[in-house]
Design a protein. Structure first.
Length: 489
């Protein structure tokens, strides 16, 4: 634990939904839900307006629609989210060389390592500056937590939401944590919380008073000891700039269970290609291929095969995944498939290319090859894919794939807009831009030659130049708080 609150945790507020509201003037102040729109889709993010109806992340989309039927339901636009995330992470990198991203919208920063803060006043000052700069550059808000440890900085940012800043003074950890529920602590999920509840422990104070020996008896040595330290406010984990990924994987949940074995194999091969694409984008290769199959009855099977050496060859991964599939019974139907690669390395075993060439001697069934060729990421939204029955698909299904709700389009006459909805051979578009007034709505045929998909526009057209930020830190003013900042003893 540090004597000064120089670990900062930033968490962007309702990131995906807030980005969509910033991009779409007509949705500002209204409930927005981002996620998979198929029958088995789940909520990725809900705006604060939607959360008032009880909608939250990881909720089945069908349940969200029942709770908030009038909300805007949009398909994620990861191109936009990654662009904004890159802007935010670049700003964090100016504060310190030690930035630990946890996701696109969340990161720890070691302010002390960057020389940007060394006491309460300077930490609060830089936290307030960061919030203002992020909003000026991206148009979005973020919540900041400051503390002497990672655990408490994250708790502080959660308490500060939305669009706030909270500092926890070192030395006050036990008092702050005592009344909080056990799930506040990292590593306590629903199962562990339920196990602790049955033992009579529901608050962090209960854990601290139970003692390390009792928690070790209940949860095992590693988990029990770690949990007791955290319940006592002790967390010495450093901010790590390079978080080494242990695996790369992709998976799809299908709107309806897959029964055709040829279709299942084609989907596995498509997922293997997507997995390799991510692997190569990360500059890595992997030694072990993993197949995940969730069947009609929700039973989940995983199978793995270890290669002779690390590889990023799509053929090697594809064929390994196909061999693993042969050992899985899929006759009852498949609702989810996933392909992953573990045992990551920074090099590739060259002789595996020869291995792949030899293993291709076993010819694929012609139907599988044709189906795999027909499959594409563009047509696979919500795990849809394209199969042998594509010719019989409804015009509504085709429109949803061609024009996902919320995605960008450009019309030769009306300019830039976004898809409000599609179906029955039609697509409805609202024409507006991030810095325009709410736009008008028009409907077109899904094959209108003047209408084309487009790239997202910047949320802030001409952001202020913050290349010289942060300025040299002035001498600390002990005990002084920035305007609007909050320090919790």
């Amino acid at each position: 634990m540090r004597a000064a609150p120089t670990i900062l945790h930033l968490d962007m507020d309702a990131f995906y939904a807030s980005a969509e509201q910033a991009a779409k003037p007509s949705l500002r102040g209204k409930p927005v839900v981002v996620g998979g729109l198929g029958p088995r889709g789940v909520v990725a993010t809900a705006s604060y307006e939607a959360r008032r109806f009880g909608v939250h992340s990881a909720m089945p989309m069908a349940q969200a629609r029942r709770l908030a039927p009038n909300a805007a339901y949009l398909v994620p636009r990861f191109t936009l989210y990654r662009t904004v995330s890159d802007q935010v992470m670049e700003l964090l990198g100016r504060l310190s060389p030690l930035v630990e991203p946890l996701s696109l919208d969340e990161a720890f920063v070691d302010l002390e390592a960057g020389g940007t803060a060394d006491d309460t006043a300077s930490a609060l000052e830089i936290g307030e500056q960061l919030r203002r700069v992020i909003e000026a550059v991206t148009g979005l808000s973020g919540s900041v937590g400051l503390a002497g440890s990672k655990m408490l900085a994250k708790i502080a940012s959660e308490e500060a939401k939305p669009n706030g800043i909270l500092l926890i003074e070192p030395g006050t950890e036990r008092e702050l944590l005592a009344p909080m529920p056990v799930r506040t602590l990292p590593g306590v999920g629903p199962a562990t919380a339920d196990h602790l509840r049955r033992a009579g422990m529901t608050t962090v104070n209960d854990l601290a008073e139970a003692g390390e020996a009792e928690l070790v008896r209940l949860l095992g040595k590693a988990h029990g000891s770690s949990l007791h330290r955290m319940a006592s406010g002790q967390d010495d984990r450093p901010v790590v700039a390079e978080r080494d990924a242990k695996s790369v994987s992709v998976e799809d949940t299908f709107d309806t269970d897959l029964h055709d074995r040829v279709r299942v194999r084609a989907e596995v091969e498509r997922l293997a290609d997507r997995c390799v694409h991510r692997l190569r984008a990360a500059g890595r290769s992997g030694r072990t291929v993993v197949l995940k199959v969730r069947r009609y009855d929700f039973s989940t099977l995983t199978r793995s095969e270890t290669l002779r050496g690390p590889s990023d060859d799509p053929t090697v991964v594809r064929e390994a995944a196909a061999r693993l599939l042969e050992a899985v019974d899929t006759t009852g139907g498949v609702r989810l498939l996933g392909v992953g690669v573990t045992g990551l390395a920074d090099f590739t075993q060259e002789d595996l290319f020869a291995q792949a060439a030899g293993e291709r001697a076993a010819a694929e069934p012609p139907e599988a090859a044709e189906t795999a060729e027909a499959s594409s990421d563009a047509a696979a939204h919500e795990g849809g894919g394209v199969d042998a029955e594509a010719a019989q698909e409804s015009a509504e299904s085709l429109a949803m794939r061609r024009w996902p709700a919320g995605h960008d389009v450009r019309h030769d006459t009306y300019g830039h807009g976004w898809v409000q909805g599609s179906g029955v051979g039609r697509v409805t578009v609202r024409f507006e831009e991030p810095e325009s007034a709410p736009g008008r709505v028009r409907t077109f045929r899904i094959d209108d030659p003047e209408l084309q998909p487009a790239d997202p526009l910047p949320l802030v057209r001409n952001p202020v130049d913050y290349s010289s930020w942060p300025a040299k830190r002035p001498k600390s003013r002990s005990g002084a708080l920035s305007p609007g900042a909050e320090s919790r003893p």
